[in-house]
Design a protein around this ligand. Structure first.
Ligand SMILES: C[S@@+](CC[C@H](N)C(=O)[O-])C[C@H]1O[C@@H](n2cnc3c(N)ncnc32)[C@H](O)[C@@H]1O
Ligand code: SF4
Length: 396
């Protein structure tokens, strides 16, 4: 993905110290999209209750690891896979368990990722009744030919109907689109984006199509079945995306995420600000603090193996590692420099005991890769394109 983010001068929402963000991975989909390398699987039958039991067990285990009694729970995010294939009752059980183990913030944000097929849309009211207050709808494209190319199970009419229902049901709606598709002209994308913006959602996630290794798209692409935009075209598409979203009042606050000021995804902001998040379910990752130490957790990726592990051990973790200061500082830079608000170096220094040196910053600034203003470090659009190299230079 290429990147150029507009820089608001003020930090976005969420300046208070964050509580816990809880991620719940539902790894099942009705069909596998040919571009997708998320941990998502198609199964003939799903014992939904059994899978939820395992999630609840792993959740209880995470809570026992934390030394503080009932830390504040700021956000819950049901991601996938396709969590909108779950029933409202399952979502309610998971939210209820989280609310007993942690202390939900008064303004807790509970997001669920939904596919816009009609069967899933009929569950929106149940999700809302279960406590979900934000929905992230994977529309992906606004024309039938591209939806077919992307292997989606929904067409445009279904997507529009699901979106209208989502807007009616939830106060907070986000829309996902994938752009920089084969043969997509700048003009065509501008028109499609204008249509997406006309829906008036407070948040949009706009991703450039990435050809992920080991996916059917990777094979087709290698065989020359289609071409994706070259770097120059991708950069141009990115630029028009930044301009159109900013003009519509939903500027980028992260490389691919756009929101009305104050409507940013608080869950994702906790990741990007390198706060505490726990990941439950197959393949989920977590980063949270136990007794002053920051811990990295990784769950077994294959759903059935994860479930076996939970049965045997009470959790599906295949790795629980303490993060060293150097690795923590590096990860913090990598995550937070994605944000338009950048990094407050004084806060960074207070957290990690050191911050990137002035000399390094000056060298990178001279190359046009970062900007430093009032002790706040930001990646420039060019810097975002080579963020790994920027971090390596800063952390050196
Ligand atoms: C966890 S995924 C999918 C959520 C939901 N199952 C769906 O398909 O709408 C979250 C988002 O990542 C984006 N995404 C997934 N694979 C991608 C790829 N190869 N290139 C660009 N965006 C991708 C899609 O926009 C998708 O909505
Ligand atoms: S894009 Fe969404 S629906 Fe498609 S396979 Fe990936 S997670 Fe499943």
């Amino acid at each position: 993905m290429t990147g150029e983010a507009r820089r608001p001068e003020q930090p976005v929402a969420g300046a208070r110290p964050a509580g816990l963000a809880l991620y719940v991975h539902w790894p099942f989909c009705a069909a596998k999209c040919p571009y997708c390398d998320f941990n998502s699987h198609v199964r003939e039958e799903i014992d939904e209750q059994g899978w939820c039991d395992a999630i609840l067990r792993e959740m209880a285990h995470v809570a026992t690891l934390q030394s503080e009694a009932r830390p504040r729970l700021d956000t819950v995010f049901f991601g996938g896979g396709t969590p909108s294939l779950m029933h409202g009752q399952s979502v309610e059980r998971i939210i209820g368990c989280a609310a007993r183990l942690w202390a939900p913030a008064d303004d807790i944000e509970i997001t669920l990722e939904a596919n816009p097929a009609s069967a899933e849309a009929t569950r929106f009211a149940d999700f809302r009744a279960a406590g979900v207050n934000r929905i992230s709808l994977g529309v992906q494209a606004l024309n039938d030919a591209d939806l077919r190319f992307l292997g989606r199970l929904h067409d445009l009419a279904e997507a529009r109907a699901a979106l209208a229902l989502a807007i009616k049901t939830f106060d907070r709606v986000s829309l996902d689109l994938i752009y920089a598709r084969p043969n997509q002209s700048v003009e065509a994308w501008k028109a499609e984006l204008a249509q997406a913006l006309s829906f008036g959602t407070e948040h949009l996630s706009l991703y450039q199509l990435t050809i992920e290794p080991q996916t059917p798209f990777a094979i087709q692409h290698r065989q020359g079945a289609f071409l994706v935009p070259d770097d120059d075209r991708a950069a141009e598409l990115f630029e028009v995306t930044q301009e159109a979203t900013a003009a519509a009042g939903v500027p980028a606050y992260e490389v691919s995420n756009h929101a009305r000021p104050g409507a940013e995804a608080r869950h994702n902001l906790i990741y990007w600000r390198y706060g505490d998040y726990a990941g439950l379910g197959p393949g989920a990752h977590g980063r949270f603090t136990i007794g002053g130490k920051r811990i990295a957790t990784v769950c077994e990726r294959l759903p059935e193996r994860w479930r076996e592990r939970v049965k045997a051990k009470g959790h599906g973790f295949v790795a629980v590692d303490e993060i060293s200061r150097a690795d923590g500082a590096r990860e913090n830079l990598l995550m937070t420099l994605r944000l338009a608000e950048g990094i407050d170096l004084a806060a960074f220094r207070a957290r990690w005991g050191a911050a990137p040196g002035r000399g390094r910053i000056a060298d990178l600034a001279e190359e046009g890769l970062v900007r430093l203003e009032s002790d706040r470090l930001r990646a420039t659009p060019r810097g975002l394109l080579v963020l790994d190299a920027v971090i390596a230079a800063l952390a050196d």
